[in-house]
Design a protein around this ligand. Structure first.
Ligand SMILES: *[C@@H]1O[C@H](CO)[C@@H](O)[C@H](O)[C@H]1NC(C)=O
Ligand SMILES: *[C@@H]1O[C@H](CO)[C@@H](O)[C@H](O)[C@H]1NC(C)=O
Ligand SMILES: *[C@@H]1O[C@H](CO)[C@@H](O)[C@H](O)[C@H]1NC(C)=O
Ligand SMILES: *[C@@H]1O[C@H](CO)[C@@H](O)[C@H](O)[C@H]1NC(C)=O
Ligand SMILES: *[C@@H]1O[C@H](CO)[C@@H](O)[C@H](O)[C@H]1NC(C)=O
Ligand SMILES: *[C@@H]1O[C@H](CO)[C@@H](O)[C@H](O)[C@H]1NC(C)=O
Ligand SMILES: *[C@@H]1O[C@H](CO)[C@@H](O)[C@H](O)[C@H]1NC(C)=O
Ligand SMILES: *[C@@H]1O[C@H](CO)[C@@H](O)[C@H](O)[C@H]1NC(C)=O
Ligand SMILES: *[C@@H]1O[C@H](CO)[C@@H](O)[C@H](O)[C@H]1NC(C)=O
Length: 805
């Protein structure tokens, strides 16, 4: 805080010509040619404030390290840090604002001052565009509307400035001893020109010429009606003190000139609070200044304080609304500003994690009036900052299991932070490229934060899947490592989140392949397999069942292979023609706990076979019989027939015929055993047309094929109660070729065609291991075993006419 004290010995003082108004020419900079390039709209702001002129230029326009030159009729002066402090300029750039700012005092060195009412400024801005230096001429004229107070003091960022009206009257309260010492010094200095002496406690007074003082960085000026003194902070002649515990810097200068008849003296005191500001846990930045900065100001009273930000004072209600607080106690003024108050700037910073700090450019005016009604106006420019405050981002698990996709939201990301990359488990993705599977979308909020939603499908290769025995479910695990960048410094930090989702395990599914002789199924084992039971029809698949049904099963730690040969138990056949037929086999997967069937692997394959017999559950016998052995004797398969001679083949080619007929028609005979019923018919194949009028043709012309279907009676409970045939299981078929009726069916002259390789199950209970039936069995079901065992006890067989059904 600058306190000026101006004590004219007489009112005549200011009518003397003090040679202060000469411009400070010794810092003339190298002349450079000024090009007047136009500045684009919106980049430049020039404002006349109450006590300074301000230029703000967009940093994105100026490039790096822009600087200014002050221009007047005497030359062009580069505004260096040192020169600015001496000449009343203050240059700052707070990146948060995006501007570089120049503040120029109305009494700055190169300002054209007209009667302290109109001030004309001329500057050059030197900017760098792509390594090319460009100069822009800027000028403006300001007429501050606020009249000058008798005393004006400015505590700028880099200097103290005091100006006083030159006709001011002598204040009271002078400290007599000090004054006497100065007068003595002045008297004995015996110099007629103006000199200055800087007073420091307990130090010898060394008068010096004003020109010498200027060389040391002090500035003195006499305008139309005011005397101006300016000093940078930290000068050798300044001294630091504390007032009510607040640090204060003081420069006390006394100007004097000994005339022949009198000593003229002007006493100037510049004093500013050097309080650095503090931050308290309640979220306030505070700054303090003593109500009275220097004993010479103790006569001031009726202090009024206005505050604002960025060089702009605000009305009291606005300040209150923004939460700015002014308290006065113990002769100290304390200003408290909420850390995030309007008018301030926030900035993100990285120190391991994300932090933020706030900057507030405090502007303060203190107006007081002394006993002689002389008003004093003090102005402070002070920058307050908070320490680094934690600024955590957060993640939220927004996964909806049904979508089978991880949805994770990263929120509270400040505006000057952006997402640069995401790492999904071990897979690094930059955001520049479009991801095919996962996605990242940005959400912007009105509170100056934004967020990112990352979605990753569960089946993305990046997601780690593991079966959890504990949960009896699949764990899907995703670690997301977000890399975030703070702009514009490009500092990076990362944020990590782990999400996990449990999903029910899908039931095992077999891969199936057709072959000529059957269907091969393959299942790769998974840790979750124990949850499921594999079934063929109603029976669980075990090695015993496989052996019993003639399946070939290999099971190791990796996979289960099941080869199901054609015509083994479990097949369903369709579309039977001479060319071929389709066979379908189904494997069921049942939940062990609920016994519910969860999935099925159904495979249908095309097959072909020279000869076959099928006994369907709905009572139909389908036979393809091969007569090639008999053809050399001159037969035609199309002319074959069943016992009922009107039942001919449905289809025939040169060697084979296809018959399909209800079991109990076409002259079938039925043999009813205790536990089984067998339907039998015969296919007759003869060289000649059978002569109905002469049935006693030679039997040697006839080949005969016996076809049989055997069903367990247990599965035919409706056999005698309904006219509809319905069996739980398909019947067992048998084809027996024989040439002559005189020979027994077990010794056919036509050797049975081994079309079907259906082994009878080999079990420990089977007394004849490796036994293969003499004819072809299609459909081997569990009852067959019993049939085999009890097969010898056929004594209760009854011959029944097929026609009874
Ligand atoms: C001030 O700048 C304007 C253009 O911005 C120019 O027209 C004018 O001549 C300049 N005045 C002085 C005194 O340089
Ligand atoms: C004012 O000063 C007194 C005495 O030095 C001290 O006890 C008191 O805490 C001070 N008040 C405040 C608000 O700091
Ligand atoms: C990414 O996808 C968006 C919209 O699908 C498209 O506009 C953009 O060009 C793509 N970017 C790249 C780098 O492929
Ligand atoms: C996307 O996912 C599919 C499988 O879901 C995978 O084959 C593919 O490689 C993935 N693409 C990328 C870029 O990861
Ligand atoms: C900003 O707004 C979003 C959406 O309303 C909210 O989720 C978030 O918590 C807010 N953040 C802060 C710091 O207020
Ligand atoms: C997250 O990513 C950053 C940058 O790639 C890396 O430095 C950090 O170690 C990663 N964190 C973890 C836990 O993997
Ligand atoms: C995330 O959300 C999913 C779905 O709501 C839930 O199953 C999971 O337990 C949640 N938590 C974590 C840490 O992944
Ligand atoms: C196959 O072997 C695995 C162990 O390797 C066993 O858990 C599974 O029950 C076996 N499956 C069958 C059908 O025998
Ligand atoms: C065979 O039948 C006879 C007479 O009906 C009976 O005594 C005998 O126990 C039967 N044998 C078998 C093995 O069922």
């Amino acid at each position: 805080m600058v306190i000026y004290m101006f004590y004219p010995i007489s009112t005549l003082v200011c009518n003397f010509c003090i040679p202060l108004s000469c411009s400070v020419a010794f810092l003339l900079s190298v002349q450079s040619t000024v090009r007047c390039d136009p500045i684009p709209d919106g980049v430049l702001h020039m404002e006349c404030h109450d006590r300074f002129f301000m230029i703000a230029i967009d940093l994105s326009f100026t490039g790096e390290d822009p600087y200014f030159e002050a221009v007047d009729e005497t030359g062009v002066y580069t505004i260096t840090e040192e020169y600015a402090a001496m000449c009343g300029y203050s240059v700052s750039s707070i990146p948060q604002t995006g501007y570089v700012e120049l503040r120029a005092s109305y009494f700055s060195c190169h300002t054209d001052n007209k009667d302290d009412k109109e001030f004309a400024f001329n500057f050059n801005l030197i900017a760098t565009h792509k390594e090319k230096v460009a100069t822009y001429a800027l000028n403006n004229t300001c007429s501050p509307p606020l009249p000058w107070s008798a005393r004006e003091v400015t505590c700028e960022a880099n200097y103290m400035e005091v100006s006083v009206r030159s006709d001011i009257s002598c204040p009271t309260g002078t400290k007599k001893d000090d004054w006497d010492a100065v007068v003595q010094t002045a008297y004995f200095a015996a110099v007629s020109d103006w000199q200055v002496v800087f007073q420091r406690a307990e130090q010898e007074l060394m008068p010096m010429a004003l020109s010498d003082a200027r060389k040391q960085g002090y500035a003195f000026d006499l305008t139309d009606g005011r005397l101006v003194f300016r000093t940078p902070y930290g000068q050798p002649d300044s001294f630091s003190t504390t007032v009510n515990g607040v640090p204060v810097e003081v420069v006390h200068a006394t100007l004097f000139s000994r005339q022949t008849w009198a000593v003229l003296m002007v006493d100037l005191v510049a004093a500013c609070s050097m309080h650095e500001g503090s931050y308290d846990e309640s979220g306030y930045m505070t700054w303090e200044t003593p109500e009275v900065l220097h004993p010479l100001m103790s006569g001031l009273h009726e202090t009024r304080i206005n505050i604002g930000a960025n060089g702009e004072l605000v009305e009291q209600p606005v300040a209150e609304e923004r939460g700015y607080m002014v308290e006065q106690y113990n002769s100290t003024v304390r200003i408290s500003i909420p850390y995030n108050a309007e008018g301030g700037y926030r900035k993100s910073a990285v120190s391991g994690d994300l932090y933020e700090f706030y900057i507030f450019s405090l502007y303060l005016e203190q107006i007081s009036v002394d006993e002689d009604d002389v008003d004093t106006r003090l102005r402070f420019h002070r920058v307050l900052t908070t320490p680094l405050l934690p600024c955590p981002v957060f993640t939220e698990n927004r996964t909806v299991l049904e979508e089978r996709t991880f949805t994770v939201y990263l929120g509270d990301v400040p505006a000057d932070v952006e997402l640069a990359a995401v790492r999904l488990n071990e897979h690094q993705y930059s955001l520049a490229t479009n991801a095919t599977n996962h996605s990242v979308t940005q959400v912007v909020h009105p509170n100056n934060t934004h967020g990112y939603t990352v979605t990753v499908p569960f089946d993305d290769p990046a997601v780690i899947k593991r079966f959890s025995k504990e949960d009896a479910a699949m764990q899907h695990m995703l670690d997301i490592n977000y890399t975030l960048t703070v702009r514009p410094e490009n500092e990076q930090f990362s944020h990590l989140v782990s999400v996990m989702a449990l999903m029910d395990v899908s039931p095992p599914a077999f891969a199936a392949v057709c072959s000529e002789s059957g269907i091969s199924f393959k299942l790769d084992h998974r840790p979750s397999d124990y949850l499921w039971e594999i079934r063929i029809g109603l029976d669980p698949l075990t090695s015993e069942l496989a052996a019993q049904h003639g399946y070939i099963m290999t099971n190791n730690s990796q996979s289960l292979l099941l080869d199901v040969p054609l015509f083994t138990n479990g097949y369903e056949y369709k579309d039977v023609t001479l060319k071929g037929f389709s066979g379908t086999f189904e494997i069921l997967v049942r939940d062990r706990e609920t016994s519910e069937v969860q999935s099925a692997t159904v495979k249908t394959c095309p097959f072909s076979s020279t000869e076959l017999i099928m006994c369907s559950t709905d009572g139909r016998m389908t036979v393809v019989a091969d007569f090639s052995a008999a053809i050399p004797s001159g037969g035609v398969p199309a002319r074959t027939n069943l016992v009922d001679k009107y039942c001919g083949p449905k289809e025939a080619d040169s060697t084979r015929a296809l018959f399909s007929f209800p079991l109990n028609s076409c002259g079938s005979t039925v043999k009813l055993g205790k536990e089984y019923v067998t339907y039998e018919n015969e296919i007759f194949f003869s060289r000649k047309l059978r002569n109905l009028k002469n049935p006693s043709f030679s039997s040697s012309d006839i080949s005969r094929v016996t076809v049989q279907c055997t069903y367990p009676l247990a599965g035919l409970y409706r056999l005698f109660s309904a006219y509809k045939f319905e069996s739980d299981t398909a019947g067992v078929g048998r084809i027996v070729h024989s040439a002559l009726s005189t020979e027994g069916p077990q010794s056919p002259t036509v050797k049975p065609t081994i079309a079907l390789q259906t082994p009878v199950p080999v079990t420990s209970r089977n007394k004849r291991p490796g036994y293969r039936p003499p004819a072809q069995y299609i459909k081997v079901s569990s009852f067959l075993k019993r049939l085999q065992k009890k097969g010898e006890n056929q004594s209760s067989q009854i011959k029944v006419n097929a026609g009874i059904f």
